[in-house]
Ligand binder design. Structure first.
Ligand code: ZN
Length: 194
């Protein structure tokens, strides 16, 4: 099934480099097994929006090439994928030796999250209705954030006062889960991406 979604994208025509990335993603998806249906967020961007209705945000940073020690340009993408949770994928290319790698489905490092928030601005979780059932909201918060009742109450207060924020994919995930539970909510970024 995962493979099918990639095949559909490949039918829209990709160059060799993107095809290679696609293959590595597909292989990883097959290798992981048992996880949620895989959708690489790279291919949700301006490729075929009918395939993935993903919400994503990205940051660019530099690391050291493991092959030659030169500067390695990395692009990290945090994405909320169809029917699933958040993903963190990194694509890296060395300017000197041409080493290229795509690592899909890793854990987002906190420094990259900080960078994302600094560069693009935080998104806020906003409730559309003031009369939404608090018990339902807390149930969603506890399930999605893995927090206890006390923590959920604190988060609820921040949500109600319009003071709960995070990256756009993170807030969009909560907004979708709330909407699925009958609570009208949206994720919105106050300042636009630069
Ligand atoms: Zn290199």
């Amino acid at each position: 099934m995962e493979y099918t979604s990639h095949a559909m994208i490949s039918a829209s025509g990709r160059d060799a480099k993107t095809a290679a990335h696609q293959v590595s993603c597909a292989m990883r998806a097959i290798g992981t097994g048992g996880g949620p249906p895989y959708a690489c967020p790279r291919w949700g961007v301006g490729v075929d929006s009918t395939v993935h209705a993903s919400v994503l945000d990205s940051v660019r940073y530099y690391a050291i090439c493991q092959d030659c020690g030169a500067e390695l340009e990395c692009c990290g993408v945090q994405a909320l994928v169809d029917g699933g949770g958040l993903r963190w994928d990194v694509e890296s290319t060395c300017s000197a030796c041409g080493f290229a790698i795509a690592v899909c489905g890793g854990e987002m490092p906190s420094e990259r999250r900080d960078q994302m928030l600094a560069e693009h601005g935080p998104a806020k979780l906003q409730l559309i209705s003031r009369s939404a059932k608090h018990v339902v909201i807390m149930r969603v918060l506890r399930a999605e954030l893995g927090i206890d009742l006390v923590e959920a109450k604190a988060v609820l207060r921040r949500v109600l006062s319009g003071d709960y924020s995070g990256t756009l994919p993170e807030m969009e995930l909560l907004a979708r889960k709330l909407r699925a539970s009958g609570i009208p909510a949206v994720a919105a970024r106050s300042r636009s991406a630069n």
